[in-house]
Design a binder for this molecule. Structure first.
Ligand SMILES: NC(=O)c1ccc[n+]([C@@H]2O[C@H](COP(=O)([O-])OP(=O)(O)OC[C@H]3O[C@@H](n4cnc5c(N)ncnc54)[C@H](O)[C@@H]3O)[C@@H](O)[C@H]2O)c1
Length: 420
């Protein structure tokens, strides 16, 4: 496909489909040739909110769009004006859209995590293999300048051979108890939604495959309260985790745009469920370790209750000749190399690390254009499957109180992940 303009259909118009990818497609439309021709969401009011805002953004680029609105993703996939299908609906819907999208022969983007369980992820990988048409995925760090730079420095031998990786994520993501993330059957839990990004980084940096996992998890930051109000909007309590309603949103609370969110009636689709409401089965914090085929040991240390800070996400790489620490929020990499004789700081801020998702969304839009023009994706569904399998192995170990889990016992073991 090499066309001046590419028709884009977006399925799922929440934070990711509307504000991150949709808005970046709109603001770059003149330069990239992307035209949003179709939108889909199960919430029809939200589709109208998104259509109006995105049409206004394209209008600001002197490009007129009038996307068709679909309540079902299959109709959007069949729309002949759609060349690129963007799947940004909630995670437990990825399989139902990714499989027919791949079979349609069109270009497909599917956000991370590939699925909420390994079985759905395998089904998408099988469809990809049959279609012989890889999809492109949304592991954001693969598009962020500091992480790409760190990978390059490692590959150049700056710290020798990699022996260990530690990623710390102390993030204010209490929304994981306030919306569809609160149940594993919908999201795969925090380890799937957030951890999968970092498990993919482990696979990318090690260029190898995890063989065993073990971890411990806690659910002790907020205790379920049977008397909790169902939603923030219905609560008179003062609360440091509030997402909307009395006194506005708490610091670091991510807030959705539009009235459509207020009108949701099902718990699964509300975005302001009380963090104390019983019924969530996701771990609030944990520490997980993987051993790799090539001997590298990788660890993920996380809490979804933060607090947020400049060093809330860091990656430390330990090599045979030195080490590197990447700090995501500041876009810097501190390097100790040459057996400790050389110290330096690499500032990646001039390499496009600012803006939403540290510049990744704009880089992603350009990668999408290259992909539509026939370039292979940086990584595809097989990488997504491997990250999901690791999340499932970690959860199995945490549920069993830290028992080591063999990765071969998780569905999809026969599928080899992409190499960077
Ligand atoms: N790559 C990244 O950095 C990144 C960041 C955020 C989210 N995500 C991923 O994007 C996806 C969406 O996350 P979000 O934060 O936008 O969630 P969100 O709750 O803000 O929005 C999800 C949207 O999907 C819609 N939806 C639900 N079921 C649907 C269905 N059957 N058909 C069509 N639409 C449906 C909802 O109505 C809602 O508008 C998730 O898979 C998430 O993990 C990726």
């Amino acid at each position: 496909m090499s066309k001046d303009t590419i028709g884009v259909g977006i399925i799922g118009l929440g934070a990711r489909g509307f504000y991150s990818i949709g808005s970046n497609l709109a603001t770059t439309c003149r330069e990239t040739g992307f035209r949003i021709v179709a939108l889909c969401d199960r919430n029809s009011e939200r589709m109208i909110e998104a259509r109006d805002v995105l049409a206004g953004m394209c209008g600001g680029q002197a490009v007129a769009i009038a996307p068709r609105l679909y309540e079902g993703g299959t109709d959007l996939i069949d729309d002949t004006a759609v060349d690129l299908i963007v799947i940004t609906s909630i995670t437990d819907t990825h399989r139902q859209y990714a499989v027919p999208a791949l079979r349609s022969g069109k270009k497909v983007y599917c956000d991370k995590p590939l699925a909420q369980n390994a079985e759905d992820a395998v089904a998408i990988v099988e469809a990809e293999a049959e279609a012989e048409n890889p999809l492109i995925m949304g592991f954001t760090r693969r598009y962020e300048a500091p992480w790409r730079r760190a990978f390059g420095l490692l590959a150049e031998g700056t710290i020798g051979d990699l022996t260990m990786i530690l990623i710390r994520d102390i993030i204010p993501y209490h929304r994981y108890l306030q919306a569809w993330w609160r149940r594993r059957e919908w999201s795969g839990g925090a380890l799937s939604d957030k951890g999968s990004h970092l498990f993919d980084v482990f696979n990318w940096f090690t260029q190898s495959r995890a063989v065993r996992a073990h971890g411990f998890g806690g659910r002790s930051v907020v205790e379920p309260d049977p008397l909790a109000p169902p939603r923030c909007t219905q609560s008179a309590r003062a609360c440091v985790y509030r997402r909307r309603g009395r006194d506005g949103a708490a610091p670091h609370a991510s807030v959705h745009f539009g009235e459509s969110w207020l009108h949701e009636t099902e718990e699964k689709h509300q975005d302001d469920v009380c963090v104390y409401a019983p019924g969530s089965d996701v771990y609030h914090n944990g520490s997980i370790h993987f051993s790799y085929e090539n001997g590298v040991i990788a660890s993920y240390f996380y809490s979804i209750f933060g607090p947020g800070a400049e060093d809330q996400e860091t990656m430390e790489l330990v090599g045979t000749k030195g080490r590197m620490i990447l700090t995501r929020e500041t876009g810097t990499i501190n390097i100790v190399s040459d057996y400790g004789n050389t110290l330096r700081v690499v500032d990646c801020n001039d390499e496009g690390s600012t803006g939403s998702h540290f510049g990744a969304n704009v880089t992603l839009i350009h990668e999408l254009r290259r992909f539509c023009d026939g370039a292979p994706p940086l990584f595809s569904a097989r990488s997504g499957l491997e990250a999901t399998r690791m999340a499932m192995a970690a959860l199995r170990s945490m549920d069993a109180g830290g028992l080591a889990v063999d990765m071969d016992d998780i569905a999809g073991a026969a599928r080899v992940p992409d190499r960077a």
